[in-house]
Design a protein around this ligand. Sequence first.
Ligand code: 3EB
Length: 351
Amino acid sequence: MLQLHHLPTGALDRAASDVQTSLIGAACFGARVGLDGGAPPDIHIPLACVQVEPLAGEPALCEAWSTQGALQQGQQGRLQWCGNADVLFGVVQVQEESAQAESAQAEHIPPLQDAARAAYADLFSALDALGYPHLLRVWNHVSDINGASDGMERYRLFNIGRQDAFLAHGRTVAGISVPAASALGAAVGAPLLVYCIAARQPATAIENPRQLSAYHYPQDYGPRSPTFSRASLVSFGTQRLLFISGTASIVGHRTLHAEDVAEQTRETLRNIGAILQQAQSRGAAGMSLADLYYKVYVRHAADWPVIRAELQRAAGTAARYIALQADVCRIDLLVEIEATGLQTTTQDPCA
Ligand code: 3EB
C-alpha cells in the first residue's frame, strides 16, 4: 500500500513524525530547498531536493509517499533509501565534475554522461543488493537540460549514460521491464538528481498506441534513445498503482503544435487519456482522469493559467496537481504532465 500526499514543505516535519503516516520519502520543490536560507525539513527520510520553482506564488511544495508496516532505511553507495516489505523510495545525487572516474577522464567521456551512468550504476547495484530490483518509476532532473556540453545537448548526453548503465547492469532497454520516468531541467549548477520508487515485485510497462515507444525513437533525437516506458502498472495486495510518465505533445515521435501551448496541453492530455485507456484494459478499470494526481512542468510560467484551464477541463476542477516551472527535454515542448493513480479495490483478489 502506497499513498501520495501533496503538502506545503512546512507541513513535512509533522507528517514525517506522525507514526500513523509512515513516510518513506519525499520530493521537495523550490530552488532554495536544501540550500542555506531554505533549510530542508529536519526529517530522516530520503528527501529529493528538486531545484525547480513552484508556480502561482505557491510556497515550496512537497510530494510525500507513505506506506504501512515496518520500515528500514539506509545509505547504499550514493543511494539514500527507505522501504517497507514491498517498496522502496530512493534518492541519488551526483555532482557532474566529481563523478568523473579516472577511466572516464582518460576516455574523454563527457562529465554529464558519466554522472548519469554513475547515478544509475549506483542505483542498480543498491537495488539488487537490497532486494528491490524492480524499478517502477524514476524522476530525473538535469541542470540546464537544453544547454550543450561537450558539443551535444545535455539531455542527449544524459540518455547515453543512462542507457549504458541499464546495459551494464543486465537490464533491458525496451519492453515490459522498462520503468516509467520523467526528465526535466533544474537550476544551472544543480547536481544530477535521480529519485525513484522500486519494488520487490515487477511492474508491467504500458506503451501508448498514439506514440512511438521512446526507446525506439530515431537518432534525430540523439545517438541513444531514452530508456523509459509510457507508464508502469503494479499491484500490492488490493491496491493498484499506475505511474504515467512525463507526457508531452508528441505523436509518433514528432512534437506537434510548436509555440501553441493550449494545443500542446490538449495533445498531452489526449496522450494521457490513451495511456490510461491501455491501463484500464489491463486491470485498472476503475481509474479515471479525475482520480489521478498530476504533476505539471511548465517551461514558461506565464503559460500556467492556459495549461491549468485545459487540465481542469479534462480532469475536473477538483483535480489534484503540483505545478512547477521547469525546462522540458525537447526545446519545442512547452509543457510536460505526469500522473499517478492509486486505486484500492474493496474486493479481495484471492476470493
Ligand atoms: C517524451 O515523450 C517527452 O527521458 O526519462 C518524458 C518522460 C520525456 C521521460 C525521459 C523524457 C523522459 O519524449 C520527454
